[in-house]
Design a protein around this ligand. Structure first.
Ligand code: ATP
Ligand code: MG
Length: 569
């Protein structure tokens, strides 16, 4: 049966969804949600959750995916985050249509549910302090003890809860707790707090509330209110699923969604925790949440990653039940693959060395045909100017060439891309003996780069006409951390701060670009031939002051890892 063939290739979540659809559970609907807490910017780990939730909705007819802000912690949340999260989800290519929700919109309904729990004898107001509560909770091996308030009369709890809401008590004086089982082997079930007093201003509800619901109470009820069918979350919530179900089972709710846990994404050489990323920002270790070295979606966007590449990456890593670390090289591989297809090729010299073609007529300029993208014929071609004075890369010339150095040296002929064969005749040095300029001759019969007599050269180099060159600043990025797992803490107390790569940013100024790039187009992505993929900075670049970020170099370490794997396997 075709159905069976399909399901064999499905991951475990899609299998559950397919089974539920077949059995008519959840009324034959599929409704998912992405529920970020607006306390930081989204990172590549969130992208995995976003892609998963929106994909599962769109793969099923009538499926929907909500964007819901899980905004129950007024102290850490900000409007800036709410805005950036929406921008990032949209940029990734997903559309929640008219389904934008806030847990804070449900505060009154959640409050009513809490009263219902109290009335049913399933919740009580407790006066233990935070510290006492920890003491009473017990440990993994020892059961907890009942709070002295556990058997408080319903009427009394109701009265206290209403007075909590009215603002009569200071923070920490009381909590509302679910009455479950202090001896439960699962610590989560030992009468968890579901409401606490917090006299904080909320970015949406202002000062309307001075009590706020806890995550475990809010999340399942928000899911139910929205008619979610499959509530996907990461593995650390597995132990809290019984509480998710308990709350829904003890209240009169619209529906009972199924919580399903999957492994979170971990990436090598990266930290994926909003808390840690926030420290990097607030301590000034990076220029902001959108620093192109950050694993945030805004950082990746600024660096030049495409949403398509990130989606492809998320599809390829799939979903599983077991934690693992994905190589950042795999992400870069997806980026490179996508950029290879879509990036126009241009010539840019990062570390310029002046070249004078001595036999080229002074003042003459030829506009030579250059292919925009060999991977894409429809991209066409452009003209680049060639003249007597050019720039090439410093590293493309060696006065004393080592073995296997096939680029320019005195007496050798090489090809200038799209132009001519040139031969280096001599070098010009400054007082300290550094080469500051080289002299060449060109062969006028080799226009386009081939010799009529069929003689070969071993290298082809990019170049830019000096008179026509546009100056630019180029920022070269490397990994932000120099350890595969920057989260590791050692005995000496070193943490992720100590694993920052001091060479993660190199700024080059006075770079020379071909004139087709003269006009600033922030966000444009190009390949500088032989150098890598670059993206014009969306913040700092402008006409006359161009700034390009290196997205990824051309060399693909992941492709080599894969080929090596194939050879061995
Ligand atoms: P962080 O650990 O970075 O603070 P979080 O889980 O606290 O992340 P939320 O805003 O609560 O951040 O996350 C929203 C959704 O994204 C949740 O469903 C969460 O499970 C998911 N998510 C967060 N980090 C990852 C990750 N690394 N891989 C996959 N999903 C993730
Ligand atoms: Mg969270």
């Amino acid at each position: 049966m075709a159905e069976n063939n399909d399901s064999r290739s499905l991951d475990f979540i899609r299998e559950i969804v397919a089974r539920d659809l077949a059995s008519g559970k959840h009324g034959g609907r599929v409704a998912t949600r992405f529920p970020p807490e607006p306390n930081g910017y989204l990172h590549i780990g969130h992208a995995k959750a976003i892609c998963l939730n929106f994909a599962i909705a769109s793969e099923n007819e009538g499926g929907t995916c909500n964007l819901r802000f899980d905004d129950t912690n007024p102290a850490k949340e900000e409007v800036e985050y709410v805005d950036s999260i929406q921008e990032d989800v949209r940029w990734l290519g997903f559309d929640w249509e008219d389904r934008l929700y806030y847990a804070s919109d449900y505060f009154q309904r959640l409050y009513d549910f809490a009263e219902e729990l109290i009335r049913k004898g399933n919740a009580y107001v407790c006066s233990l302090s935070a510290e006492e509560m920890r003491e009473y909770r017990g440990t993994l091996t020892e059961p907890g003890r009942n709070s002295p308030d556990r058997d408080r009369q319903v009427e009394e709890s109701l009265d206290l809860f209403r007075r909590m809401r009215a603002g009569e008590f200071e923070e920490g004086r009381y909590t509302l707790r679910a009455k479950i089982d202090m001896a439960a082997p699962n610590v989560t079930m030992r009468d968890p707090a579901i409401y606490r007093i917090k006299k904080a201003h909320h970015h949406r509800t202002g000062d309307d509330w001075c009590i706020y619901p806890m995550y475990d109470f809010t999340h399942c009820l928000s899911d139910s209110i929205e008619g979610i069918t499959h509530s996907l979350c990461t593995l650390e919530f597995e132990a809290r699923r019984p509480l998710y179900d308990w709350v829904l089972d003890h209240l009169d709710v619209p529906c009972h969604p199924q919580q399903i846990e999957f492994a979170r994404l971990n990436l090598s050489y990266t930290v994926l925790s909003k808390r840690k990323l926030l420290t990097l920002v607030s301590e000034g270790r990076v220029s902001g949440w959108d620093d192109p070295r950050m694993p945030t979606l805004s950082g990746m966007r600024r660096r030049g990653f495409t949403p398509q590449a990130i989606r492809t990456f998320c599809e390829r890593i799939g979903v599983a039940k077991r934690d693992s670390v994905v190589s950042v090289a795999q992400l870069e591989h997806a980026v490179r693959e996508d950029l290879n297809l879509r990036s126009p090729r241009v010539m840019g010299v990062l570390n310029p060395l002046k070249v004078v073609i001595e036999n080229y007529p002074d003042g003459q300029v030829e506009w030579l045909e250059a292919v925009n993208n060999p991977e894409d014929e429809s991209a066409g071609s452009r003209k680049v100017p060639f003249s007597r004075e050019l720039y090439i890369e410093q590293e493309d010339f060696r006065e004393d060439p080592p073995k296997k150095f096939y680029r320019l040296t005195v007496g050798r002929e090489v090809r200038l891309r799209y132009a001519y064969l040139v031969t280096c005749t001599r070098v010009i040095k400054d007082n300290q003996g550094n080469v500051i300029e080289i002299r060449c001759t060109y062969d006028p019969d080799t226009k386009g780069g081939t010799a009529p007599d069929g003689r070969k050269v071993k290298s082809t180099m990019h170049w830019v006409s000096a008179d026509h060159a546009v100056d630019a600043e180029i920022r070269l990025y490397d990994r932000l951390f120099n350890r595969e797992n920057p989260n590791q803490v050692d005995e000496a107390g070193h943490d992720f701060h100590d694993n920052l790569n001091p060479e993660s940013l190199e700024v080059l100024t006075g770079c020379k670009l071909e004139p087709s790039l003269a006009e600033s187009r922030p966000g444009q992505r190009v390949q500088f031939e032989r150098r890598g993929y670059f993206c014009e900075d969306i913040k700092d670049s402008s006409d006359g002051c161009l700034v390009f970020n290196r997205t990824v170099p051309l060399r693909d370490t992941w492709a080599r890892i894969e080929t090596a794997g194939k050879q061995h396997g």
